[in-house]
Design a protein around this ligand. Structure first.
Ligand SMILES: [Cu+2]
Length: 129
């Protein structure tokens, strides 16, 4: 096994690649989530991704929205959930055509809100497996 790994590493090094970088490059993807145009929703409201993937939110509407993974900004803190050890984060106010990206490295279930429309049910979920 050790011999085989060394041989593969030598081959990859010859190609200018490193064995550790290969799986991440092969798997990482970006998932798109849109915010409501006329409706106060995230579309899709729930996405399931792999650790290392990125979610990119876009606001197509004139109405301000936000992507808020911070329970201290929620009317009902239970509408936001983060896996243990993950620090809260927030997009700030997003005007029309604004985008916000986040790469998720910690596995678990995340719940987030639009801080302007939480009371209208603008709540989303990201499951990182
Ligand atoms: Cu909103």
């Amino acid at each position: 096994m050790g011999m085989h790994r060394r041989a593969v590493s030598r081959m990859l090094a010859g190609l200018g690649l490193s064995a550790v970088a290969m799986p991440a490059l092969a798997q990482a993807k970006t998932v798109e989530v849109s915010m409501g145009r006329g409706k106060m929703v995230f579309l899709p409201a729930s996405v399931t991704i792999n650790a290392g993937d990125t979610v990119n939110w876009t606001n197509p509407a004139v109405v301000l929205h936000s992507v808020t993974f911070d329970p201290s900004m929620a009317v009902k803190p239970e509408n936001v959930a983060l896996p243990a050890g993950v620090k809260p984060f927030d997009s700030g106010d997003m005007g029309q055509d604004a985008t916000f990206s986040h790469t998720f490295t910690v596995k678990g279930t995340y719940k987030y809100i639009c801080k302007m429309h939480e009371a209208m049910g603008m709540i989303g979920t990201v499951v990182v497996t």
